[in-house]
Write a protein that binds this ligand. Sequence first.
Ligand code: AKG
Length: 239
Amino acid sequence: MVSASQIADYEKEGFIRIRKFLSAAEVAQLKSEIARYSHQVLPKLPEGDRVMEADGKSVRNLWRMEHHDKFFDEFSRRESILSTVGPLVHGKPVLLGVETFNKPAKIGSGVPAHQDNAYFCQTPPDVLTVWIAVDAVTLENGPIYYVKGTHKLGMLPHKPSGVSGNSMGLAQMPPAEESDKFCGTLDPGDALIHHCQTIHYSAPNKSDFPRCGFLLVYRGEHTNNDPQIKAAYLQGQKK
Ligand SMILES: O=C(O)CCC(=O)C(=O)O
């Protein structure tokens, strides 16, 4: 469940941080299930459902995990998660995808500033991501930064970024003070929930410590494809 003050913070800032979203036992199980998936399922995945880092060996992203594995499909249906997400998407949550952003030690690549709806293309923008820390997220290993209140700016122009796994980046970052930025440091099991129009980005991981995030993306049942955003997305994929 999400409290009235958390809902108010989410509506105002475009994100919230929830401490101890998962227990230590749940996060340990999640970590071992991601490792199992990476060993057993990943070798059989279609190319589009995984992205590797520049070394060709380390996983950058796993996409659409719910399609390939029962554990992750069932995880996305947990009542505790759906009841948290419902008030934030203003309706019945519908899963868009289960993913990881692994950001491995030393080699994990950065994520250009973007709004997720450049990929999701939904209207109204009642879509969010639950980003669960599998590892500790510190200032050193590439935490997510959010720009507060930017979910209220509407969709801003994006352009191809050239980054494998994050093909779209903001064409131009709107002016923001340092105090407008929030750094999402987390303990394992903590979560961030961000709105699909909140600008966010993260730096490469040059540290000795991995920074794996496990993501669940939901939309409200009432959202639809926005043809204008979709056209911009498809155009960007051609370049
Ligand atoms: O994990 C990261 O560094 C970025 C995640 C992200 O871009 C997203 O959740 O949309």
